[in-house]
Design a binder for this molecule. Structure first.
Ligand SMILES: *Cc1c(COP(=O)(O)O)cnc(C)c1O
Length: 367
């Protein structure tokens, strides 16, 4: 039996009549750009994540850039972020005019290590971008305490963590703003690119909305030069259909993760993901560590089981950051993990037979 890494078509089939009707309605009303579908989704998403303001935009990368721009990042400013994430997290710091300063990850959770944040603060530090990596919240109590002590802003990168909670509180509600991606494969995914920023700060919301819309809230009234970053009506309508299902899909991801946890407990060579106490993981990815990662990936591939490595090169070691000349010893956890991690299939529509087959195939790896 083949097991795909994710199955977006299965998800579509499970809600096909609703999705088809929503798309037809956008086409019927030609509400392609902004308009009622976008407004409706912004209000629904704000409510779902407990935020006062939601500004939709073209993708998750833009949501980080727009938030940083609106927070006033300028040349010379240093922004602290995690050493292990998707490139969007750090490239947008540079795009906004700042300098990314990487902090190693925590050995157990793979999220940013607060002790490393504290160690890298300088007089030029302006903010922190923690990532709720793979769906597990970063250590927000420690991060917010550091931010308050040093007067730094915080943007939570929630691209992988829709509806995750830290000590019962929804992620995205700790920092000044939160960025979301609705890339098709994310826990809440559109049928194309889509993103959003949430905040409880009305003035910041206004600046972000203005910047994302060519620098003007009202058409023709350009207060500043901005960018064009819009969620379109078709994506908004699809997201409105999917949002009410997100909680159930998340529970399904968590149930699959629990099955994996139990079934992989005694598999030689495998280290299961660790979720720190008080953190509710939403398992965008189920990431194991394996002593022979590359052989495992190869074996699973020959068995028709798809895997992904997120991410095979930690941010400081990417060619685009060679100017910093970072050394492995500066980020020992991220450096070790990059060659041992692998994400095995997890998606809400996955069956018990799929899970059993993945576990069985991992156990088959010849010694
Ligand atoms: C997906 C992702 C993004 C960017 O989202 P896009 O919609 O693909 O631009 C940013 N940060 C993280 C951690 C992501 O996983």
């Amino acid at each position: 039996m083949n097991v795909p890494f994710a199955d977006l078509h299965a998800q579509y089939l499970s809600i096909k009549p609703e999705v088809d009707a929503a798309i037809a309605e956008v086409i019927r009303t030609s509400a392609f750009i902004r308009g009622p579908f976008v407004q409706k989704f912004e209000a629904e998403f704000a409510a779902a994540v407990g935020a006062q303001h939601c500004i939709s935009c073209a993708n998750g990368t833009d949501s980080l850039y727009i938030a940083m721009h609106a927070l006033g990042v300028k040349p010379g400013d240093e922004v602290l972020t995690t050493a292990h994430s998707w490139i969007s997290t750090s490239e947008t710091i540079s795009q906004a005019g700042g300098t990314p300063v990487f902090c190693d990850t925590d050995a157990q959770t793979f999220t940013i290590d607060p002790a490393q944040i504290e160690a890298r603060i300088t007089s030029r530090t302006v903010g922190i971008v923690p990532v709720h990596l793979y769906g597990q919240p970063a250590d927000m109590d420690a991060i917010m305490a550091i931010a308050r002590k040093h007067g730094l802003w915080v943007i939570e990168d929630c691209a992988q963590a829709h509806l995750a909670r830290y000590k019962g509180q929804l992620v995205g509600s700790f920092g000044n703003a939160a960025s979301y991606s609705f890339y098709p494969g994310k826990n809440l995914g559109a049928m194309g690119d889509a993103g959003a920023i949430t905040t409880n700060d009305a003035a910041l919301a206004q600046r972000m909305a203005m910047f994302a819309r060519h620098g003007g809230i009202n058409k023709g009234d350009h207060q500043i030069e901005g960018v064009n970053s819009r969620l379109d009506g078709l994506q908004a309508a699809v997201l409105s259909v999917k949002l009410p299902h997100l909680a159930a899909w998340t529970r399904r991801r968590q149930a699959i993760a629990q099955q994996y946890d139990e079934m992989l407990a005694h598999t030689p060579g495998v280290t299961r993901p660790t979720c720190a106490s008080g953190r509710e993981h939403v398992y965008h990815l189920y990431v194991i560590r394996h002593e022979n990662r590359d052989r495992l990936v190869q074996h699973l591939s020959t068995q028709g089981i798809q895997t992904v490595i997120s991410y095979p090169v930690a941010l400081p070691f990417l060619p685009c950051y060679s100017r910093f000349a970072h050394r492995p010893e500066e980020f020992p956890n991220a450096h070790r993990n990059q060659s041992h991690i692998v994400s095995i299939p997890i998606f809400p529509e996955m069956t018990a037979a799929h899970v059993a087959r993945v576990v069985e195939a991992i156990g088959e790896l010849p010694a």
